[in-house]
Write a new protein. Structure first.
Length: 230
C-alpha cells in the first residue's frame, strides 16, 4: 500500500515502537493519528500537517469508541491501524502476581487491542485497501519462564489475530501479526526490570520492518513476522 496521504492510527504513539513507527510513516507521506494517554505536543508541532495527537486510554472502551468516531469524522476515512500499545509485567512466579496486575496486563495488552480493532474495522472495510497490524511479542509464540500472565496476554493477541485473518480473508483489509523479541524502549524500565540494554533490538529498525511490510503491493500480504536479535 502506498502510504502517501493515507490516514494511519498508531496506538502507544508517544514513545517506543509507536513513536518510531509514527516517524517512519510520516517520512513516507502518511498522516498519523497518534493515540496515547500522554500527548507529545512538541512532536505534533514539529510535524504539523502529518502528526495529530488524540488523548485516549485504549483500555477504556468508551474513550476508544468516541475517539475513533472523532478521527473518522475529522479525516473522512481511516486507512490503517497499528496496535502498538502495551505494558510489561516484571518476571515473577504466578503466585506473586496480584489480581490487580493480572487485570492491568490483560486490559492493556489484549482487551485494549481488541477494543481498538473492533471500532476501527468498519472504517477499514470501506476502503479498496487497508492494513491492520497487531504488535505482539515472541512471548506470544512460545512459553517464557516466569511470564505466565504476560504470555497469556500475548498469546491472546496471536489467537485473536490469526482468527481475524480468517474472518477478513475476503475483505480489503490485510492483517499482520508482528512478534519481536525485546526492544530497547522504556517499557521494561517502567516495570522495574533490569535487563541489559545490549540484549534489545532498536525501535527504529523494528519500525522500518513494519513499514516495509505495509508498503507491499496490494497483491502481496505479509501475514506474520517474527524478529530476533542475533
Amino acid at each position: 500500500m502506498l502510504l502517501k496521504d493515507k490516514i494511519i492510527i498508531v496506538t502507544g504513539a508517544s514513545e517506543g515502537i509507536g513513536k518510531a513507527l509514527t516517524k517512519n510513516l510520516i517520512s513516507k507521506g502518511a498522516k498519523v493519528a497518534m493515540i496515547s494517554r500522554r500527548q507529545d505536543e512538541d512532536f505534533v508541532k514539529d510535524h504539523s500537517g502529518s502528526a495529530y495527537a488524540f488523548k485516549c486510554d485504549v483500555t477504556d472502551k468508551n474513550q476508544v469508541r468516541s475517539t475513533m468516531a472523532q478521527i473518522a469524522k475529522e479525516f473522512g476515512s481511516i486507512d490503517g491501524l497499528i496496535n502498538s500499545a502495551g505494558i510489561w509485567l516484571k518476571t515473577k512466579p504466578l503466585e506473586e502476581v496480584s489480581l490487580d496486575e493480572i487485570e492491568t496486563v490483560l486490559d492493556a495488552n489484549l482487551k485494549g487491542l481488541i477494543y481498538m480493532t473492533k471500532e476501527v474495522l468498519p472504517y477499514l472495510k470501506k476502503n479498496k485497501e487497508s492494513v491492520l497490524v497487531n504488535i505482539s511479542s515472541k512471548s506470544g509464540t512460545r512459553p517464557m519462564d516466569l511470564q505466565a500472565v504476560y504470555c497469556a496476554s500475548k498469546y491472546g493477541v496471536k489467537g485473536f489475530t490469526d482468527t481475524l485473518k480468517l474472518e477478513l480473508k475476503k475483505s480489503s483489509v490485510k492483517i499482520m501479526g508482528f512478534y519481536p523479541s525485546g526492544i530497547n524502549t522504556k517499557m521494561f524500565e517502567k516495570a522495574g526490570e533490569g535487563f541489559p540494554a545490549e540484549t534489545f533490538m532498536n525501535a527504529d529498525e523494528i519500525a522500518e520492518i513494519i513499514t516495509f511490510a505495509i508498503e507491499r503491493p496490494g497483491n502481496i500480504s505479509i501475514e506474520e513476522i517474527q524478529v530476533e536479535k542475533y
